[in-house]
Design a protein around this ligand. Structure first.
Ligand code: GAP
Length: 516
């Protein structure tokens, strides 16, 4: 069986080979943790963004979308607490000179114990066959219980030490667990220090008058500072939400997991403004609702789990992650945070402007509380892409590489092939494309034998291949092949649009949110 590392390497090389993701400025040897989306990647990313936007904005009467600027007045970041508190604890290895996030070193350690649990589960499932009950096994098997207890104890201590800013204890924990530098194996560590993640820049022409700015580390603040403008111009009543997607920037210390942790990335965030005191209900609502969105894509309920935070960000009174099973284990994909009235109150204080909502039902003013949902678009891309990449053993003994992207998200919905490059078949194939292109992204391919073209489109994630042959000229029928089943059907050209639409229509996919 391929190791996690091998699988991840395959994901990265496939993303490059099939025009999804390239290293930024590759001809200059790249820039660490910065990536470009290529022709297919840009389409997949756009489709994920649209799937999110429709679910959040179009399908919720009380949520509107905005697009705020990346540059914001620098006081924004003082008020939000990012200047003082948006830090990561970092540690250097004195021998290898490599720098790590101290909390990530500890979490990687616990992830290894988790892998051991998964191994025990697999072994037991094999042993007990159909009679295997995973929940019962996890709750009763002593070895698994010991592993889990060890994980819980370590993470609890890490959470508490970070919460109390006790960085000396974080170092002690690393030493007690005998965590070694992954590069060199050395356990010779420096003390743990805090490191601010914001990128600074300057606005203005001359050095004297230039203003120090930050590139936004989260899109959320663009929503907070516009809260009252949007509420008033949209005549919105609490509870209501403001959503946006856009770039965010963080000077990440650990940036070695491809597009999982980038220095420039995109977020899809929604701030839901509510009456103080109702946070816990809305927090639960959004946790559940967001999980439904994920499950609607059919990538397997087993691949998701909630992780409640021990250590809370400076603005939150409750927080949970939706974690996904990436090729390197379960990791955060999305955060749901109950941010209290922290941000609006702070902006009110720092700007001297009232940011209050007048509640007509209660005839009073108050600063609303906020429940936020925040997902990284690039991370979602990685979740979808890595989960979809599969090697399949075929009946004839060969293997095929297939990218089983949810059809709704696939960059190209269909590829149209003439069986041969003559006899009027290319012309008919182009005619079909000219008709389908108004509804879907479709491409033409005439290179190589049809079998190889199928393989190429499988690896590219294209849900349908349409082959035009000599019979097509006579009876206006073609062969349509389904990526996942590899089944082929002879259908009338006039039916193609309906067949493709049924599989890729965003509405039908989104409606699954109500069925999971
Ligand atoms: N506004 C709240 C906020 O920004 P966060 O947990 O720091 O919360 C939210 O980030 C989401 O943004 C994460 O769950 C993750 O999907 C994504 N994200 C954060 N940092 C990232 C990075 N360096 N690269 C890619 N995605 C990132």
């Amino acid at each position: 069986m391929a190791s996690q590392e091998d699988l991840f390497k395959k994901v990265i090389s496939h993303a490059k080979e099939y025009g999804y993701v390239f290293q930024s400025s590759e001809i200059y040897d790249g820039l660490s943790a910065v990536y470009d989306y290529a022709q297919n990647g840009a389409e997949l990313k756009k489709n994920i963004r649209e799937y999110w936007w429709k679910a959040m904005v179009q399908l919720n009467e009380n949520i509107v979308g905005i697009d705020a600027a990346i540059f914001m007045h620098p006081t924004t970041w003082k008020a939000s607490g990012h200047v003082d508190a948006f830090n990561d604890p970092l540690i250097d290895n004195k021998d290898s000179k490599k720098r790590y996030r101290a909390d990530v070193l500890v979490e990687d350690y616990t992830a290894k114990i988790e892998t051991k649990i998964e191994r025990e589960v697999k072994k037991a499932a094999k042993r007990f066959g159909d009679a295997f009950n995973k929940e019962e096994f996890l709750a009763t098997n002593q070895r698994v219980k010991d592993y889990q207890e060890k994980i819980d104890t370590i993470l609890k201590r890490l959470g508490q030490s970070l919460e109390n800013e006790d960085l000396a204890d974080v170092k002690k924990l690393i030493e007690e667990l005998e965590i070694a530098c992954p590069m060199s194996g050395s356990k010779n560590w420096t003390d743990v220090k805090q490191f601010n993640l914001m990128f600074g820049t300057k606005l203005g022409a001359s050095a004297d008058s230039a203003m120090d700015l930050y590139l936004r580390p989260e899109t959320a603040q663009g929503i907070f500072v516009n809260f009252l403008n949007v509420q008033k111009t949209g005549r919105l009543k609490i509870p209501f939400g403001i959503a946006q997607t856009g770039k965010a920037f963080r000077n990440e210390i650990v940036a070695r997991q491809f597009i999982f942790r980038m220095r420039e990335f995109e977020q899809m965030e929604m701030q839901f403004f509510i009456k103080p005191g109702t946070q816990s209900d809305w927090y639960e609502y959004w946790k559940e609702h967001r999980m439904k969105w994920h499950l609607s894509l059919g990538m397997g309920a087993d691949n998701y789990r909630f992780h409640d935070h021990e250590k809370l960000a400076h603005y939150a009174d409750a927080a949970a992650d939706i974690e996904f099973r990436f090729p390197f284990g379960f990791k955060e994909l999305e955060g749901i945070h109950s941010r209290t009235d922290f941000d609006l109150s702070k902006h009110q204080e720092f700007s001297g402007k009232k940011l209050q909502y007048f509640d007509t039902d209660e005839s009073k003013n108050y600063v609303p509380c906020v429940v936020e949902t925040s997902i990284g678009l690039d991370r979602m891309f990685l979740a979808v892409f890595s989960n979809s990449l599969q090697e399949e053993e075929l009946e004839n003994g060969t293997t095929r590489t297939v990218l089983k992207l949810p059809a709704v998200l696939a960059p190209t919905k269909a590829a149209v092939f003439p069986l041969v490059k003559k006899d009027g078949l290319p012309e008919l194939a182009h005619e079909i494309i000219d008709d389908l292109k108004w509804d879907f992204n479709v491409i033409y391919d005439q290179k190589d034998a049809v079998g190889r073209r199928y393989r190429r489109q499988d690896a590219n994630g294209t849900p349908f291949c349409i082959t035009v042959d000599h019979q097509s000229l006579e009876d206006q029928t073609v062969t349509i092949r389904h990526r996942d089943t590899m089944q082929q059907q002879r259908v009338a050209i006039s039916e193609l649009k309906g067949i493709i639409h049924k599989e890729v229509d965003m509405k039908s996919w989104l409606m699954r949110m109500n069925q999971v």
